[in-house]
Design a protein around this ligand. Structure first.
Ligand SMILES: Nc1ncnc2c1ncn2[C@@H]1O[C@H](COP(=O)(O)OP(=O)(O)O)[C@@H](O)[C@H]1O
Ligand SMILES: [Mg+2]
Length: 366
């Protein structure tokens, strides 16, 4: 006999949300997270990420469906009884309280004894390297320090689940990258479960175990970072994560692992079918810039060759970006490493470029 599997730690089960009774801003959300996972909700502004987090936190109620924590429905449990820590970009610290008082507050609300509170506040501040700042007020801290205090305040009561909504959005790039590292480190050290919201794909890819890509209230794909990048399941994900060349065409033949696509300029190319199913269907063939080569003689057997014209050659230090005209598209980009002897291509030059059919993915035309 097999043991019944543990229930997921966090579960959204057919969750819908409408604010006005008409439009669904979250359409049919199904999501299961194991304990200890770092999951990021990534998507453009307005795609429903914050709404999902607010429903999990208990500040909004789902219009339909269930949200479960550790197997138990939490629809009717008030926010402060859910044991969830929260860090929001605009979830300000109390300005009239010192840092230590800010941290003690969630413990007071939970009825902790004063001596325990002091010890916990001390530990939480040490954890974010703010041990010496307990007596300061928020106005006397830098943006990064305030964000660290907000993080400590979310962690001080040792929640098992922490929600973060664009917590680093107000920080400059260098500090943001540093804090990304610190948050990731704390996640690993404390073994907490994190739901993180961002519209920044680099942040999502570098921090997460899995990423849920949102658009229009729907999860478009839920996968580990490398899978999202290597195997996007539709045109939205392919376009949202990383850079992509797209060639318009029509499916002329299709088998399980091979599609023949007639490009709009007439050329026939092979591609890997992803979410296209039938002959005659419009498609966008997506190819990553780093998977394109301009030395077909060095390329594996089975590679595709197509005529291209150089429009622009950009020196980027470690790499070159060459903008090409390919099959009627003027925005086709090839990225190549700056290696010894690598030729710098002159605009106007015509040459064959190639890629492997595995790297050309036939996706929906959107
Ligand atoms: N309190 C609210 N009342 C009415 N509409 C809202 C409210 N909060 C968000 N919305 C709408 O719901 C949609 C999703 O918003 P949101 O969840 O904030 O998206 P995101 O966090 O991905 O930017 C948007 O169209 C937004 O305008
Ligand atoms: Mg938001």
């Amino acid at each position: 006999m097999t043991e019944p599997a543990d229930p997921p730690f966090v579960e959204f089960d057919r969750v819908q949300k409408s604010y006005d009774g008409e439009t669904l801003v979250v359409k049919d959300l199904n999501l299961q997270m194991p304990k200890g996972e770092f999951l990021t909700m990534l998507g453009p502004s307005g795609s429903g990420k914050t709404t999902c987090l607010m429903m999990l936190a208990g500040f909004e109620t789902a219009t339909h469906g269930d949200i479960r924590l550790d197997g138990k429905p939490i629809n009717n449990i008030p926010p402060h009884k859910r044991g969830i820590g929260m860090v929001f970009q605009n979830y300000a610290l109390f300005p009239h309280m010192t840092v230590a008082e800010n941290l003690a507050f969630p413990l007071e609300v939970r009825g902790e004894a004063k001596t325990d509170r002091e010890a916990r506040v001390h530990t939480a501040l040490e954890m974010v390297q703010m041990g010496d700042f307990g007596a300061r007020r928020p106005a006397q801290l830098s943006g990064g320090q305030r964000q660290r205090v907000a993080l400590a305040r979310a962690l001080v009561f040792e929640p098992e689940l922490v929600l973060m909504d664009e917590p680093l959005g107000a920080l400059d790039k260098q500090l943001r990258e540093h804090m990304q590292f610190e948050i990731k480190h704390l996640h690993e050290k404390l073994g907490i479960t994190v739901v993180y919201v961002t519209h920044d794909q680099t942040e999502a890819l570098t921090m997460s175990d899995r990423v849920a890509v949102f658009n229009d209230g729907v999860i478009q794909q839920l996968a580990p970072p490398d899978e999202l990048y290597e195997r996007p399941q539709n045109s939205f994900v392919a376009g949202f994560i990383g850079e992509n060349n797209r060639l318009e065409g029509k499916i002329e033949g299709i088998e399980a692992d091979k599609a023949v696509v007639r490009l709009k300029t007439g050329e026939l190319i092979d591609a890997t079918p992803v979410n296209v199913t039938s002959v005659g269907q419009e498609t966008l063939v997506s190819i990553r810039p780093e998977r394109v080569e301009f030395k077909p003689e060095n390329f594996d057997e089975g590679a595709h060759t197509i005529e291209a014209e150089v429009l622009e050659f950009i020196y980027m230090g470690d790499s070159f970006r060459t903008r090409l005209r390919v099959a009627g598209h003027d925005d086709f980009v090839m990225k190549s490493r700056n290696m010894l002897g690598q030729e710098r291509l002159q605009p106007g030059r015509k040459l064959p470029i190639s890629w492997h059919p595995q790297d050309a993915r036939a996706l929906d035309a959107m």
